[in-house]
Design a protein around this ligand. Structure first.
Ligand code: MG
Length: 327
């Protein structure tokens, strides 16, 4: 098996602001594997607030393939080796995991959802992301998301009510909000959630810091809106820890290490009757289409990345009726 990696800077169409800060793009590592003349790709997305970098991802991939450089012949065996290689490097593992699934699907002449015995229906709604901004830019984003039935609004800054009010001037569509751990006080968070309850909001994602479990539990007991865990849930074994403090989880391939762990995380969430959102970092069509293969397992997807970037190197994701299509 041959492989190579390269870095790629995925640029946003306009600067993107969330509670973590503002940036213009995201570093990616793209992996290409080639065996039997079949070429497949994987991707790691590396937002700056997470510990992995392009260097650590490439170092992981080199050391993994240094040991497991034989012919790949069995998907579950390769995935087993990957996830037992070390305890960290989740985006790097996701990169290899996506490429392996992609390769085996191509080898078998099917799509990844078929390879995994999943369905490509029913497709849940995909949310369209609206980053923080002034009134004009928020309202312009609402217009850009006109084909989507649900908008996902980033909160957790100084002007949360102003952001919602600006959006509500131009649309009555249901919104979900993502605070990205931006509210630090549980009573402030509860006041905000009561206010949001009157604004046709579907759910509130990660209102409090991820390690603030007791306050999250308290907030969940009092919240009139469903709460979704994002930063508080990384891998499947985290689900049981947060199940009483949230109503659902946001599964991202980059957090948990790829498709195989993502399926386990979703199964774990369903065991506790939690809602499932399939989310993403800012990713190109490569990783987004990999996540979309699991769509039928989710209540919502948040896979609009390719619509927010201007130099997506994998133009493979298609949208219709506010959903990501899975062929
Ligand atoms: Mg989130």
């Amino acid at each position: 098996m041959l492989y190579k990696t390269y870095t790629y800077y995925l640029e946003f169409k306009s600067p993107f602001s969330i509670a973590h800060g503002t940036r213009n793009g995201t570093d990616l590592v793209i992996l290409e594997i080639n065996q039997d003349g079949i070429v497949a790709h994987g991707e790691a997305s590396l937002p700056p607030y997470l510990p992995e970098t392009t260097e650590t991802v490439q170092a992981f991939i080199n050391s993994f393939f240094k040991i497991y450089n034989d012919e790949i012949f069995d998907l579950s065996e390769s995935i087993h080796q990957l996830h037992n290689f070390d305890e960290d490097n989740f985006a790097a593992k996701a990169c290899v995991d996506i490429a392996l699934h992609n390769w085996f699907a191509k080898k078998n002449g099917v799509e990844v959802w078929q390879l995994l015995g999943l369905k490509n229906h029913p497709l849940p709604p995909c949310t369209f992301t609206i980053g923080m901004g002034d009134k004009n830019s928020l309202q312009q984003k609402v217009e850009e998301g006109k084909d989507f039935s649900i908008l996902k609004v980033k909160l957790g800054g100084e002007n949360d009510k102003l952001i919602i009010s600006s959006i509500r001037e131009v649309t009555n569509k249901p919104l979900c909000v993502d605070v990205n751990q931006g509210w630090k006080d549980k009573r402030f968070a509860l006041d905000m959630i009561h206010w949001l309850k009157e604004q046709n909001i579907i759910f509130v994602e990660q209102p409090l810091p991820k390690n603030n479990f007791d306050d999250s539990l308290w907030l969940h007991q009092h919240s009139p809106l469903p709460l979704i865990a994002d930063e508080a849930v990384q891998v499947p074994s985290d689900v049981v820890k947060i199940k009483d403090a949230f109503d659902g989880v946001n599964m991202k391939l980059m957090k948990c290490g790829g498709i195989s762990e993502g399926i386990k995380l979703i199964a774990e969430a369903r065991k506790y009757h939690l809602k499932v959102l399939i989310g993403s970092m800012s990713e190109s069509g490569c990783a987004i289409s990999a996540a979309a293969q699991l769509s039928s397992l989710a209540d919502f997807t948040d896979l609009d990345g390719p619509l927010l970037t201007k130099n997506n190197p994998f133009d493979v994701v298609k949208y219709a009726d506010g959903k990501v299509l899975v062929f």
